[in-house]
Design a protein around this ligand. Structure first.
Ligand SMILES: C[S@@+](CC[C@H](N)C(=O)[O-])C[C@H]1O[C@@H](n2cnc3c(N)ncnc32)[C@H](O)[C@@H]1O
Length: 214
């Protein structure tokens, strides 16, 4: 795939190439997904929303972190929603998981539905991030925890696919947007990960992880 095709697939994986790109994302993003799940300190009976879970590869870890967890994955790619349903059939059957097609700009759930939420490597694709944060805030219970993780603009700008529609940020800009959407930033972590980019090249990534309260 050329950089433009990779960018299009990362934004909304679809068609024949979607399963391949989803698997690459699972490998490239394994470490950051685990980190965010651990930061959320999932406990029994949590109601959790994930924005952009792709093929739902990390739903199992979320659901098995505690007892009676209710997990909902919202992805705007219908192909990813279908894949996630296949991978997570046992959790769907046990009523612990459901996967929905839609965007975080108009979340198809009632206000105050969730006490935990996460969004990993999805922010780049949002044209008005404030609106998405306000929507996420709306569906969260008061004091609920939201974890957002994204690659820093400082290295993302040099990736070959970034010029094709990626919106890039430094942490402070996102902290500000979260605050005006009603969140209270609790912790900001920045760490370096050496790993494969979605082009297959090895890159050193500066990752921002922001944990905030609704
Ligand atoms: C780059 S992938 C990251 C997938 C996964 N979170 C990970 O860490 O590997 C972005 C995923 O988020 C979905 N997505 C991006 N923005 C979204 C939004 N605003 N609402 C719902 N899904 C979104 C895309 O369809 C895609 O499946």
């Amino acid at each position: 795939m050329n950089p433009k095709e990779i960018a299009t697939q990362l934004r909304c994986p679809s068609g024949k190439k979607a399963p391949e790109i989803a698997q690459q994302m699972n490998q490239a993003n394994y470490q950051i997904n685990n980190k965010c799940i651990n930061l959320l300190h999932i406990t029994d009976n949590d109601h959790i929303l994930e924005i952009g879970p792709g093929n739902g590869a990390f739903a199992q870890k979320i659901i098995e972190s505690a007892r009676n967890v209710s997990y909902k994955g919202l992805d705007w790619s219908s192909d990813m929603v279908n894949e996630a349903k296949i991978h997570n059939q046992q959790f769907i059957s046990s009523n612990n998981a459901s996967f929905h097609q839609g965007s975080s700009s108009a979340i198809p759930f009632s206000s105050s539905s969730f006490n935990k939420a996460l969004a990993i490597h999805t922010l780049y694709f949002w044209d008005s991030p404030f609106l998405h944060f306000a929507e996420i805030h709306r569906v969260m219970k008061k004091d609920g925890l939201f974890c957002i993780a994204f690659g820093d603009k400082s290295f993302m700008k040099d990736l070959p696919f970034s010029p094709f529609g990626f919106n890039l940020y430094h942490s402070k800009e996102v902290e500000h947007l979260l605050a005006i959407a009603g969140f209270q930033v609790q912790t900001v972590q920045q760490y370096y990960e050496t790993g494969l980019s979605n082009t297959g090249a090895t890159v050193e990534k500066l990752i921002n992880v922001i944990l905030c309260r609704a």
